[in-house]
Ligand binder design. Sequence first.
Ligand code: HEC
Length: 166
Amino acid sequence: MSDRDSVFFRNFTIFSAVLTVLAIILILIGRSVHYSSVGDHSDQVDRSVVQSNIQPVATVNTDPNAVAAAPVVAGGAEAPFDGSVDGQLIYDNVCMACHTTGAGGSPTLVKSQWDSRMEQGIETLYKHAIEGYTGSAGLMPAKGGRTDLTDEQVQAAVDYIVSHIQ
Ligand code: HEC
C-alpha cells in the first residue's frame, strides 16, 4: 500500500465508524420517541378517532325533496340570473338543451308539436313547466331541472317558447 492509500484507508475507516455510531444513536432516539408516545396503550385503538379520520368527505342524499328544499334552507337564496325574468335568457340557458334539440321527446318550437299542448291553456303549460310532468312524449323535469328558478322565471321562459313557435 502506498502512503496515499493508507491515509485514505484510515480516513475511510474513521468515517465509517462515525456513521455507524450515528446510526446507532438515531435508532436509540427513534425507539425512545416511539415508546414514550405510544406508552402503555399501544394496543388500544380509539375507534371513534379512527372513524372520524376516515369518514367520507360527503354523502349522497337520495331524498328527492332535499334538492327542492335546499334554497329555502339556505335562507331564500338569490334567484339565478340575478332574478331576471328575461324569457329568452332563461330559455337559452335552461330549456334550450332539450327544447331546441328535441332531446328525450321534448317538443321543439315547431307548431305541429304544440297544437294540442296549446289547447290545454297557458295556465296548464305554466303548471307543467313549474311542477314538471310526464306525458306520452317523455319527462318534463320541474323547472327544467333548475329548481332554483322562481315560478316567474319559468313562466317567462314558457311565454318565450309560446311566442317563438313557428
Ligand atoms: C331535460 C329536458 C327538458 C328540459 C331541460 C326542459 N324541458 Fe320542457 N319538456 C321536456 C319534455 C320531454 C316534454 C314533453 C313531455 C310530454 O309531453 O311527454 C316537455 C314539455 C314542456 C312543455 C309542454 C307542457 C305540456 O303540458 O304539454 C312546456 C311548456 C315546457 N316543457 C317548458 C319548459 C321550460 C320553460 C323549460 C326551461 C325552464 C323546459 N321545458 C326545460 C323536456 C325538457
